[in-house]
Design a binder for this molecule. Structure first.
Ligand SMILES: CC(C)(COP(=O)(O)OP(=O)(O)OC[C@H]1O[C@@H](n2cnc3c(N)ncnc32)[C@H](O)[C@@H]1OP(=O)(O)O)[C@@H](O)C(=O)NCCC(=O)NCCS
Length: 142
């Protein structure tokens, strides 16, 4: 297994992994191909994939706003889970973000996703049950 940067050419495989991982994502909004391709060219994105035998088996989108880093859309194909691939992807994003001067790395986990909570806790992430997430969107697709 090797971890490499993703390019726009990986979009179909990226979409396929999100779908097969049953990850909630927004293909009509911020996860649309044109949008993802554009983000990949900006200096605020660290989009990585885990590849085995030429096939993408896990992905993660790291972003930062100059202050905080965010781990987004992490997914490993079901048949490749529990092999440390998710852990390696997060470590790789952390390392890239640290190199960009970002030293707080965050992620949002939906309330019912207990497996993901345990995953991030096992990597040293601390939950903040006292914080409520607010957002304002141009449309529900975003
Ligand atoms: C969350 C996810 C990315 C983990 O990927 P993975 O490659 O299986 O994770 P790893 O093998 O690197 O696991 C690292 C540690 O996390 C914990 N962990 C991983 N999956 C877990 C699960 N289902 N339940 C509890 N703990 C889990 C374990 O402590 C594990 O270490 P161990 O195997 O030594 O016990 C994967 O389950 C996934 O794609 N889920 C669906 C999409 C999703 O929910 N993404 C996250 C959105 S925030």
């Amino acid at each position: 297994m090797r971890i490499r940067s993703l390019t726009g050419e990986d979009y179909v495989a990226l979409y396929d992994i999100w779908a097969r991982a049953e990850l909630p994502f927004r293909p009509q909004g911020r996860d649309a191909e044109a949008r993802v391709r554009r983000e990949m060219t900006q200096g605020t994105a660290v989009f990585l994939g885990a590849e085995e035998a030429g096939q993408l088996i896990g992905v993660v989108l790291g972003t930062h706003d100059g202050r905080k880093g965010w781990i987004n859309r992490l997914a490993v194909l079901p048949e490749y889970r529990k092999r440390g691939i998710g852990r390696d992807l997060v470590a790789a994003v952390e390392s890239r973000l640290h190199a960009l001067g970002i030293h707080i790395i965050t992620c949002l986990i939906e309330g019912g996703n207990d497996a993901s909570k345990r995953f991030f806790e096992s990597l040293g992430y601390i939950g903040h049950p006292d914080i409520t997430y607010y957002s304002k969107r141009s449309s529900p697709d975003w």
